[in-house]
Design a protein around this ligand. Structure first.
Ligand code: SAH
Length: 255
């Protein structure tokens, strides 16, 4: 029997942001290994499948990665169609790359299916265009959390001129602020902090680089949240403050 594992992105939370391909994979699945940031509502697409939670939900310890690898391999070798369902996109801070490699090295066919990553979804939900002509000519996705405590090149990030989208940053706000200020990013650079992006309980906190730690504390910002740092994080305010701008358009913006 053919062994196949689908590594599927479930998007940021809103079940309508699932791709049609993800739905097809779920429909075919015999077994679904589901991560903690996936909205259970997407499981309506695989009513007959065996669902195995492999995240930290309910305050349990996270399932060891080696165990997840072995589970996928075991079911695939039984000829089962396995879906490994991850929050957002499987290859953006989602270990999709390493899981695909591990499985392929053992002869298992793997197919990766994109999901909408939380950083892109969160910004869009808050009307923040991550790139904007004349304002931001690029976007950089980074994680504030590393397993090996290696550090980012904060100076390059501070001076790169791209919008920064920071994942796993809630517990690292102080360090992010200090490092970007030390890298000569302007203290009044706009910041948006977006919690539970695309879900009904989404919350957003607008601030700036200097004030973001205090503001996040007053707001009681909690994980999961993404940070958007750069001029675009205030672009809807810019829009509102332009008296001559037609109500509908960002393209009237010039900074
Ligand atoms: N693969 C995922 C990211 C996993 S890392 C993706 O592509 O989105 C986990 C981090 O993602 C969280 O700490 C948080 O920073 C971010 N995240 C995931 N879901 C989120 C959501 N609904 N709202 C805000 N941030 C989210």
């Amino acid at each position: 029997m053919s062994a196949k594992v689908w590594l599927v992105g479930a998007g940021p939370g809103d079940p309508e942001l699932l791709t049609l391909k993800a739905v097809r994979a779920l429909r075919e699945a015999h077994v679904v290994l589901i991560d903690d940031l996936v909205n259970d509502a997407v499981l309506e697409h695989c009513p007959g499948a065996r669902i195995i939670p492999v995240g930290k939900r309910g305050g349990c310890r996270s399932t060891p990665q080696a165990f997840i690898h072995r589970l996928m391999l075991r079911y695939a070798r039984q000829g089962k169609c396995v879906v490994r369902l991850k929050g957002g996109d499987p290859c953006i801070f989602g270990r999709g790359g390493e899981e695909a490699q591990w499985l392929r090295e053992r002869g298992v066919e793997v197919e990766l299916v994109n999901g909408i990553t939380a950083g892109l979804a969160g910004a869009t939900q808050c009307d923040i265009p991550l790139t904007l002509r004349g304002v931001a000519r690029g976007v950089t996705l980074v994680t504030a959390h590393t397993q090996d405590d290696s550090s980012l090149n904060w100076q390059a990030l501070a001076q790169g001129g791209t919008t920064l989208v920071i994942y796993m940053g809630v517990a690292k706000l102080s360090e992010i602020r200090e490092q970007l200020l030390a890298g000569a990013m302007a203290a009044d650079t706009p910041v948006a902090m977006i919690e539970n992006a695309s879900l009904p309980h989404q919350r957003e906190c607008r601030s700036n680089l200097m004030a973001m730690e205090d503001d996040a504390c007053a707001f009681e910002l909690k994980s999961p949240a993404i940070l958007v740092i750069g001029a675009v994080a205030a672009c809807d305010e810019i829009k509102r403050s332009q008296p001559s701008a037609a109500p509908t358009r960002v393209r009237h913006l010039s900074l």
